[in-house]
Design a protein around this ligand. Structure first.
Ligand SMILES: Cc1cc2nc3c(=O)[nH]c(=O)nc-3n(C[C@H](O)[C@H](O)[C@H](O)COP(=O)(O)OP(=O)(O)OC[C@H]3O[C@@H](n4cnc5c(N)ncnc54)[C@H](O)[C@@H]3O)c2cc1C
Length: 405
């Protein structure tokens, strides 16, 4: 009988964090991953201090990753070298860990903890009325009191559950490649915030160079769907333009692989129901201000597992409330912010303020990285609180006046 305590669909950071916590506590967990063992994920590979904290909480050894001390922000000829904030809830360092190795490490930790992991196995929710009773995978039905959807950007499994992206909310698209660079061991992530597309339209997003410490850098660009002309944006061209800007400064070699693009889901109309809940990208937990989602995937996965261990039948509703308290306000502010920067005539002055002085850029980094919350004292906390209140009030106007796609 394929009866389990917990079933997990998807073996990225969110699904493996769920499986690790549950399996370590002795639960009978099966995780289904449609890719092979060691599958890659299109990503910038950047771990913010928030992600490092989540990995510490999960007991993951970070020594294989390349440690970072901050971010170099570049906009309109101004370069600000910023340190990760100190003295808060998060460590003052981040990391870069190429996803191919990072995700393999996490899934191996889950297996060592006792999780049964089925690779190259697509799983789809199995319903009895509106209740998820388990999954159908590899021609078999597996049953459990709770199924966790950790399948990343919404696809077939999400469709069955109605856990789809809200069409009225923004989302992101990003592309990345790897290239050799003599600066591969740089300790700063680099982000160029003032990019223009091939038609000269300012791009709400950024180009990045994230040093991996292994002879290579991860180079990529991302944009928000609130951009004017988003539908005709050619990410390959934008990446090539960005690479041309940075080639000499970073001594960039040819791409080591074909650039690959993927979606950044930033909303979800439904993230729980009877017998199931969604974590990570499947729940739309990607920060609209910078496109990072690994930390939210880890945090939501750990919370889901803890709630399942204490009571699987109440877990979906309790999870929805607790994760909402943790993320909804910040991610909502981020989505509203993305409508503002979608306007070319607001993006430029906004960026000038954001990196205008070292102090302003420090606040920008802390706010964008979600390294503060509304209780945080000091300038960054105050800025976030003010932004939250103002953007909430301006929400209807922002949506009415969004830049045309
Ligand atoms: C170009 C780009 C750059 C990014 N850069 C960063 C960054 O630098 N830092 C950061 O924090 N975030 C970044 N992100 C976001 C980050 O990649 C995601 O937030 C993160 O991967 C979410 O983890 P997850 O576990 O929810 O989903 P995923 O990592 O997408 O994992 C989901 C897994 O589920 C599997 N799956 C899907 N459907 C099924 C099914 N039916 N059955 C079985 N398996 C299934 C998939 O094969 C996949 O392995 C970036 C995203 C993109 C696109």
């Amino acid at each position: 009988m394929n009866q389990r305590d917990l079933l997990v669909i998807g073996g990225g950071p969110a699904g493996t964090a769920t499986a690790i916590v549950a399996a370590r506590a002795g639960a009978k967990v099966t995780l289904f991953e449609k890719g092979p063992h060691g599958r890659d994920k299109v990503c910038g590979d950047g771990l913010t201090p928030r992600a490092v904290k989540a990995l510490d909480d999960l007991g993951i050894d970070l020594s294989p990753a390349h440690r970072t001390v901050g971010v170099r922000m570049i906009a309109f000829g101004t370069t600000r070298e910023l340190s990760w904030p100190e003295g808060g809830r998060f460590p003052a360092h981040g990391a870069v860990w190429p996803r191919h190795r990072f995700d393999t490490h996490l899934v191996d930790v889950a297996i060592a903890a006792g999780a049964d992991v089925r690779f190259e196995t697509e799983a789809l929710p199995e319903l009895d009325g509106d209740r998820v009773i388990g999954v159908r995978a590899g021609g078999e039905v597996f049953r459990a009191p709770l199924t966790v959807l950790a399948a990343g950007a919404q696809g077939a499994a999400a469709k069955i559950l109605g856990a789809e992206r809200d069409p009225d909310e923004p989302f992101g698209l990003a592309i990345r490649a790897y290239a050799p660079s003599p600066r591969h061991a740089d300790r700063h992530l680099e982000a160029r915030l003032s990019l223009r597309d091939e038609h000269g339209t300012p791009v709400p997003g950024y180009g990045w160079l994230f040093p991996a410490g292994d002879g290579t850098v991860n180079i990529g660009v991302g944009a928000l769907s609130t951009m004017k002309g988003f539908k005709r944006l050619n990410l390959n061209t934008l990446l090539d333009q960005y690479r041309a800007i940075e080639r000499d400064a970073w001594g960039l070699g040819e791409y080591l692989d074909k650039p690959r693009a993927w979606r950044l889901p930033m909303s979800c109309v439904k993230r729980h129901g009877p017998g199931w809940l969604a974590v990570g990208d499947a729940a739309g937990f990607v920060n609209p201000m910078n496109g990072e989602g690994i930390d939210y995937g880890l945090e939501s996965g750990m919370l889901a597992a803890e709630l399942c261990l204490s009571n699987p039948s109440t877990a979906p509703a309790v999870y929805d409330r607790l994760i909402g308290e943790r993320f909804d306000s910040f991610l909502g502010t981020g989505r509203r912010f993305s409508f503002i920067i979608g306007h070319p005539w607001l993006l430029k002055p906004g960026l000038r303020v954001a990196v205008g002085t070292q102090a302003a850029a420090d606040v920008t980094l802390a706010v964008m990285g979600n390294l503060v919350d509304s209780r945080t004292p000091g300038a960054a906390g105050a800025v976030l609180k003010l932004a939250d209140r103002t953007l909430r009030a301006a929400d209807p106007l922002l949506r009415r006046t969004r830049a045309a796609a």
